[in-house]
Ligand binder design. Structure first.
Ligand code: HEC
Ligand code: HEC
Ligand code: HEC
Ligand code: HEC
Length: 318
């Protein structure tokens, strides 16, 4: 780690002294479009947006050298070299130059307080952090603390979380590796889910409606785009003792997504009434709970399953 940051420090010093060399902006542009744009186009985690002068101006005020150094070493959500550790320092620098130029702040950065010439002597100590950086870091820490204070409503159920925790972006969801670039290239769910039918719980999307209304057309088979599901329209009514409405299990909505073998015979014996199902089992993640509360709407949506009102008035026995 230490040796690594030393190497970076040295190469930053060398780079700055070579900053007057003509850089190949075409290469920089290509790198920006290929790699940097994953974060700098949408503005992931507060990354200054490509071509957005307002985003870049306060950063340009730090001076070219500081900007380049931050880019090389990384800064908060900005990984060292923007994750492009395989490219040469020159190409990386030209990408930074391209970003600054396309935002119209290249001149401003170059004439900034930390002029490249001043950095000619290799200074092993990192430059004193500029005000901007301190402010950003403090803000990032504050929001990190804020996040920790939010207590999930029910930890056992992944989809029953407080509002702040719904649909985190891939690099924060604990499923994707935040070190991998792919996690930043993936579209954040919140962005996409905006356009889909809403649900009050789970990941806030009514997937049944989304499929029925044609808002999504998922492939049934990963390898064969022409394969269609075998949809079976068969409702199974499970009478529930006591006050709760009866449960209607619909084969139709399930077989639009799932293969018979997803449930039969491992989860359910395919025979009406042959399976013992209880709420306790479901809440423990068995039976319907194998999926509901994990990859399908959660158990809090009582009425979606308990959808058939009893014909007898509650409490009256004949
Ligand atoms: C994984 C997301 C991500 C990628 C990929 C990425 N950046 Fe960034 N970048 C950020 C974030 C976030 C910031 C803002 C950091 C902060 O100020 O907290 C940033 C800031 C910067 C800054 C300004 C630093 C400063 O001192 O204000 C530069 C320059 C920069 N990036 C260049 C690049 C270049 C060039 C690439 C491609 C080679 C790249 N970035 C790729 C996320 C990314
Ligand atoms: C999401 C889970 C799930 C999927 C997928 C599924 N089933 Fe079922 N199936 C059930 C449940 C639950 C029952 C009711 C079992 C009970 O009442 O104990 C059932 C019952 C049945 C029954 C018994 C009907 C009766 O009247 O006795 C048959 C036959 C059946 N399924 C066939 C299929 C076929 C064929 C497919 C694929 C096209 C399929 N199932 C897909 C969950 C599923
Ligand atoms: C994913 C579907 C589903 C959801 C959501 C659901 N239930 Fe159930 N529930 C069932 C099934 C299936 C049974 C078993 C019916 C039977 O006896 O065959 C059941 C049974 C019950 C029973 C009967 C006693 C027992 O524990 O088996 C009660 C009471 C009950 N549910 C209450 C609720 C309440 C309250 C909610 C909302 C917080 C809820 N359920 C949400 C599917 C569901
Ligand atoms: C193998 C996974 C799986 C199992 C097991 C499963 N479901 Fe589902 N269920 C789904 C998926 C996926 C959907 C569609 C997505 C969604 O609504 O979240 C769905 C949808 C439904 C719907 C349709 C809701 C609507 O909006 O029309 C009902 C009702 C339902 N499930 C009840 C049950 C009941 C009752 C059981 C247990 C007897 C059960 N499911 C077992 C995966 C499953």
């Amino acid at each position: 780690m230490n040796a690594f940051s030393k190497v970076i420090a040295v190469s930053v010093a060398m780079l700055s002294s070579a900053a007057t060399l003509a850089l190949d902006l075409k290469q920089g542009e290509a790198l920006v479009n290929e790699r940097c744009s994953a974060c700098h186009k949408p503005g992931v985690m507060g990354a200054p947006k490509m071509g957005n002068k307002a985003d870049w101006e306060p950063r340009a005020a730090q001076g070219y050298k500081t900007l380049l150094e931050h880019g090389m070493k990384g800064l908060n959500g900005m990984p060292p070299k923007g994750g492009a550790v395989d490219v040469s320092d020159e190409v990386f620098e030209s990408a930074v130059t391209f970003l600054l130029q396309s935002a119209g702040v290249l001149e401003q950065a170059k004439s900034g307080k930390a002029a490249p010439a001043a950095a000619k002597k290799a200074d092993p100590k990192p430059a004193a952090p500029a005000k901007q950086e301190t402010a950003v870091t403090a803000k990032a820490m504050q929001s990190a603390e804020g996040k920790q204070k939010v207590k999930p409503a029910l930890k056992f159920n992944r989809l029953m979380k407080s509002a702040e925790e719904w649909n985190p972006p891939p690099y924060e969801d604990g499923i994707h590796d935040p070190e991998g670039e792919g996690a930043y290239a993936l579209q954040p769910p919140k962005e996409l889910f905006e356009s889909l039918p809403k649900a009050p719980s789970g990941n806030r999307v009514d997937w049944v409606k989304a499929l029925e209304g044609g808002a999504i057309t998922p492939r049934y088979d990963r390898t064969d785009p022409s394969k269609q599901p075998f949809v079976m329209d068969l409702n199974i009514v499970r009478e529930v003792k006591g006050f709760m409405p009866d449960v209607v299990y619909p084969h139709k909505q399930h077989t639009e997504w799932l293969d018979c073998s997803n449930c039969h015979p491992d989860i359910f014996i395919p025979k009406k009434g042959a399976n013992q199902i209880s709420m306790a089992a479901i809440l423990m993640g068995e039976k319907c709970g194998v999926c509901h509360g994990k990859v399908a709407f959660p158990v809090s949506e009582c009425r979606k399953c308990h959808s058939k009102n009893k014909t007898q008035p509650v409490g009256i026995k004949q």
